[in-house]
Design a protein around this ligand. Structure first.
Ligand SMILES: Cc1ncc(COP(=O)(O)O)c(C=O)c1O
Length: 472
């Protein structure tokens, strides 16, 4: 899906500049013509500099000229019609420049799991309205500016996708995957107050951080080279733990390699060690695309053989434009004394005021695309990842994927020249791209071309980089 941000800059600007060249026609920033040019991504617009040593002509002409009283030491003329006009120019200019930088940066966005789906036009008017899903998702606040009814539908739809068995699964919209994990751990601690938290050493750092915030002891379990938890090491550590209960966080798509912990093997280890337990699936990265791929029920789901609670991110696979997520639980959490809220009954969430727009957009994206539309997106991402892996390998750069459904392609960190343009995470010499629905084949082609151009000589056999044996 190639979007406007992927158009080569020279094509857009030259085509519009015409034979007379760009400078005069593009206009100065701040002028109406200049702002229009900036908004459509024309790089020839001359930069505006404000303040400090970059204080420039625009500032002098349009700002200072209209501030005589402030300059003379009088009261600043904030609010005078002329100043308002000039500050509006500045504001529009700053915003246009910001948009320009953002769209330019998105042409090189391959290294992170979030993407910018087109914002649904029917939802745009809602951005001018407060939507506050205050308190417990199960009961409506006294005011009508909320989307809790849609939030409940969203929770039901996701619970269905994850194969939840109870008639009424419980859950709510969060500020992102990390808050979902925090909630899962809190839920687990209410059941098993002194249990340790086990997670793989490749789990997202929010697991250890959240455990620390909740004053729970965490144990990092070994992982294989692809990033999947070692069940032998888990078993060994569980057997050494005298506590009759344990809490395990399974990662469904690790952040660096998209490895998936096997919930069945974790449950088997917990049972063999004779533990009571709570199992949380951190499915922030791959929960939805994997649930869509799986034949039948996903093994990490919310059914009897799955997890007790599960969290996803809404701004990753689904493409919500701001961080958000959903946490789900197989059973409704026990009410805590002291959580009664005068405005909206008892609250089961960490926040009191919660993002009603997040619930609205997640609900809309799920309904609009439907299971078949989402499945197509997941298949397309996997196909792009296969393509990217093939292209990288033929360009002389080794690459692998943790499993056949993975949309993440893992490779040795490319040379610095590539990283200067393409923002990629690098962890101990390992890097990746994530083929979100926003990553097109032509973007992959440009990335591979950049890697190919920067390789001093193709990596030969015998280099320290090895592809893990179970990788694809
Ligand atoms: C596996 C995993 N868990 C949790 C998180 C944190 O999610 P968020 O950034 O939505 O808080 C991430 C983010 O990349 C992740 O990959």
């Amino acid at each position: 899906m190639e979007r406007h941000g992927d158009r080569p800059a020279h094509r857009t600007s030259r085509a519009r500049a015409g034979p007379s060249g760009g400078r005069r026609r593009a206009g100065r920033r701040g002028s109406p013509r200049g702002r229009r040019a900036a908004a459509r991504g024309d790089r020839r617009v001359r930069p505006v500099r404000y303040g400090g040593r970059h204080r420039g002509r625009y500032h002098d002409r349009h700002h200072d000229r209209h501030q005589p009283r402030a300059r003379a030491g009088g009261r600043p003329s904030v609010g005078s019609p002329v100043t308002t006009l000039s500050s509006r120019f500045r504001l529009a200019d700053t915003v246009a420049e910001r948009l320009l930088r953002l769209t330019a940066a998105e042409r090189h966005k391959v290294g992170f799991p979030g993407w910018s789906a087109a914002f649904p036009p029917p939802l745009v008017p809602f951005l001018s309205h407060e939507l506050n899903n205050y308190g417990d998702p199960g009961s409506d606040p006294v005011f009508p500016w909320h989307t809790k009814d849609l939030e409940r539908e969203l929770v039901d739809d996701l619970a269905g996708l994850f194969g939840a068995c109870p008639a009424r699964p419980w859950g709510h919209v969060t500020n992102g995957g990390s808050e979902g994990v925090l909630y899962g751990l809190w839920l687990a601690r209410t059941k098993h107050p002194r249990a340790k938290v086990y997670h793989s050493r490749t789990a997202h750092p929010c697991v250890a951080r959240n455990a620390g915030m909740l004053r729970m002891e965490n144990v990092a379990v070994a992982a294989d080279v692809r990033g999947e938890m070692s069940y032998t090491d888990l078993m060994r550590r569980l057997l050494a733990d005298p506590n009759p209960a344990a809490i395990v966080v399974a990662t469904i798509g690790t952040t660096l390699t998209e490895a998936v912990d096997d919930v069945r093997s974790i449950r088997a280890a917990l049972s063999a060690a004779g533990k009571r337990y709570h199992l949380h699936a951190d499915a922030a990265m791959s929960g939805i695309p994997l649930a869509l791929h799986a034949e039948g029920r996903p093994v990490f789901g919310l059914h009897a053989q799955g997890a007790d609670s599960l969290s996803i991110s809404g701004h990753k696979f689904l493409g919500a434009p701001f961080p958000c997520g959903v946490v789900l639980a197989r059973t409704r959490p026990a009410r805590h004394p002291g959580t009664s809220d005068l405005l909206c009954g008892a609250s089961d969430s960490f926040a009191s005021s919660r993002n009603g727009h997040a619930a609205l957009i997640l609900w809309y994206l799920l309904k609009e695309r439907g299971i078949s539309g989402l499945r197509e997106l997941a298949h397309a991402g996997r196909a792009t990842a296969e393509y990217a892996q093939r292209r990288l390998v033929s360009a002389g750069w080794p690459a692998w994927r943790a499993h056949r459904h993975a949309r993440t392609v893992v490779f040795p960190a490319p040379p610095r020249a590539v990283l200067e343009t393409w923002a990629l995470p690098v962890v101990r010499g390992v890097s990746h791209i994530v083929c979100t629905p926003g990553v097109s084949r032509s973007r992959v082609d440009r990335f591979v071309a950049a890697v190919g151009a920067a390789i001093p000589e193709p990596i030969k056999d015998g280099q320290p980089w090895t592809t893990p044996s179970r990788a694809v």
